[in-house]
Design a protein around this ligand. Structure first.
Ligand code: MCA
Ligand code: AMP
Length: 491
């Protein structure tokens, strides 16, 4: 089965090889439902999947992969603006899932049923590592999200490297409740299980109670999830029997690391990656678990630090530089964006992560920040300030907007919008409610109205958590908004 090797005979006759939000599937059931999807998707230019955290979503994604069709996961809470962009930009012609909108967003609907089976003559597409497996939409600093093209070979290399780092195999039960439209929850959290042959328990949502009840050996979470678990002593103690607790997608605060270690008897293993590179640096199961550090490069990956002057930065545990990576886990580029694809790499072929890091003489990596204030990580979600600003400017009551990521104890960073109200208040379409924020300009657009406006147009997690109405945005002589100043004010 190419990438998903465990579908070839793993799991034996277990009825609960995969459990997704309470629905159990055997390997045979998954293969049947996925085969039925694959049969209908064969030859399509792209299969969009409305990625609710369900067994049907898993069957749809696996079906697309078996058909050799690029799978385009769509955040289920994405508003019309974001969803229309993903569907149009990806060129997908089919929309799979359950509870599809009546018009299937203008695509051909492909309903998924776990009772479906393919016809007798159906066979998976021939293996081709170069083929695009997933098109994952991810935010940049400006503009709409870009589709990162991930080929089968990169997913296979990335998962094998993690299986090696974490000794992840068929004896494991993987537990998590992360969304199924990103690398963390989908690639590691679902395809990883189906490649290593480990059982999977997806808890529907990543709640402390769900994680505590699942009794796994291997757990995945973003720092917000770990921080919520660490705050619930009884739930955290239930994880003491696990083999490995892995954190990633954003920095794990040291106090959370320490509290988890104290409550569970084992320190969490942090790892680092990106949509474009998959996981490139990881703490090894048999290695040191160091708070504030993300580990060492995984098998096949090379890393280096480069200074602002383009010169190499030494791995001395102190010097700071942009982290650049190379290896078999890298994406093939952004769909239809040769300029952005070229800009993401150096002339000598290294991927520029945009993350600022320190590497120790022992090879341990520490991520110390991001080069751009315009990429925000909130609850482990990557959010481009430019996309939220553009959505806010679409409101007739908004003259201008600047968005920053303010440190937040639960989410890591919280999206905060500074908004200049249009002359005359709102252009006549102001909403109700909302406190208006501090330093208000007297305009009549409410904070709640603007938060809901963004939540309706984009994915809900991209909405500002706070809106501050201001008379003007601070700008430098070039007219560029001084975001560092806004950040200092917003803390
Ligand atoms: C609240 N809600 C609203 C509004 N306000 N809905 C509409 N309009 C509003 N104004 C409701 C939503 O309907 C939803 O309801 C709920 O609020 C969502 O709440 P929110 O506060 O946004 O989320 P949360 O519950 O606090 O979520 C925290 C979380 C989540 C569970 C940690 O952030 C999460 O799942 N993060 C994971 C992100 C991730 O997987 N990133 C990996 C990227 P309802 O509850 O009814 O739905 S891959 C990556 O980074 C790389 C490769 C790597 O290294 O892994
Ligand atoms: P995404 O494209 O959503 O996959 O986000 C990738 C970004 O998440 C990286 O560029 C980092 O900024 C951040 N990230 C992922 N894992 C970690 C980690 N363990 N520590 C700090 N930042 C992380």
């Amino acid at each position: 089965m190419g990438l998903l090797t465990a579908l070839d005979g793993g799991y034996g006759d277990r009825a609960d090889a995969l459990v997704v939000d309470g629905t159990a599937l055997s390997r045979e059931q998954l293969l049947g439902a996925a085969g039925a999807v694959a049969e209908r998707a064969a030859g399509a230019p792209g299969l969009a999947v409305l990625a609710r955290p369900t067994a049907e979503t898993v069957a749809a994604v696996v079906g697309g992969l078996l058909a050799g069709v690029p799978v385009v996961p769509v955040p289920p809470d994405s508003g019309p603006l974001e969803r229309a962009h993903i569907l149009r930009d990806s060129g997908a012609t089919l929309l799979a899932g359950t509870g599809l909108p009546e018009d299937a967003d203008g695509l051909t609907p492909l309903p998924v049923s776990l009772a479906d089976r393919p016809g007798g003559g159906w066979r998976p597409a021939a293996e081709d590592g170069d083929r695009t497996a997933l098109v994952l939409y991810t935010s940049g600093t400006t503009g709409a999200p870009k589709g990162a093209l991930l080929p089968h070979r990169a997913l296979a290399a990335g998962l094998d490297a993690l299986a090696d780092a974490w000794r992840w195999d068929a004896d494991d039960t993987l537990v998590h409740g992360l969304p199924l439209f990103h690398v963390h929850g989908l690639v590691l959290g679902v395809l990883g299980a189906l490649r290593t042959g480990s059982r999977l328990v997806h808890t529907g949502r990543p709640t402390p109670a769900g994680y505590a009840a699942a009794r796994g050996s291997l757990y995945f979470g973003v720092p917000t999830v770990w921080s919520r678990i660490a705050a619930e002593t009884a739930a955290a103690r239930e994880l003491a029997a696990a083999r490995l607790l892995v954190s990633g997608s954003a920095p794990l605060p040291v106090p959370v690391f320490e509290r988890l270690r104290d409550l569970t008897g084992q320190a969490p293993a942090e790892r680092y990656g990106m949509t474009e590179t998959l996981i490139t640096v990881a703490t090894r199961a048999d290695g040191e678990r160091r708070p504030g550090a993300v580990g060492v490069p995984v098998a096949g990956v090379r890393t280096r630090l480069v200074g602002e002057d383009g010169q190499p930065v030494p791995s001395d545990g102190e010097s700071v530089g942009e982290l650049q990576v190379q290896g078999p886990t890298l994406f093939d580029g952004y769909l239809g964006r040769p300029g952005a694809t070229a800009a993401a790499r150096t002339a000598d072929g290294w991927f520029r992560t945009g993350d600022v890091a320190v590497i120790g003489p022992d090879g341990f990596h520490r991520i110390v920040g991001r080069a751009s204030v315009d990429l925000i990580k909130s609850g482990g979600y990557r959010i481009g300030a430019g996309e939220v600003e553009a959505a806010l400017r679409d409101h007739p009551g908004v003259a201008d907007a600047a968005v920053v990521g303010v440190p937040d104890p639960d989410l890591g960073q919280a999206v905060v919008a500074y908004v200049v109200v249009a002359d005359g208040g709102s252009g006549g379409s102001v909403g109700s409610g909302g406190s208006g924020g501090v330093g208000g300009s007297g305009g009549s657009v409410g904070e709640r109205e603007l938060i809901d406006f963004v939540a309706r147009r984009l994915s809900v997690h991209k909405r500002p958590r706070r809106v501050v109405l201001v008379d003007d945005l601070p700008r430098n002589a070039m007219g560029k908004v001084l975001k560092k100043q806004l950040l200092d004010e917003g803390r």
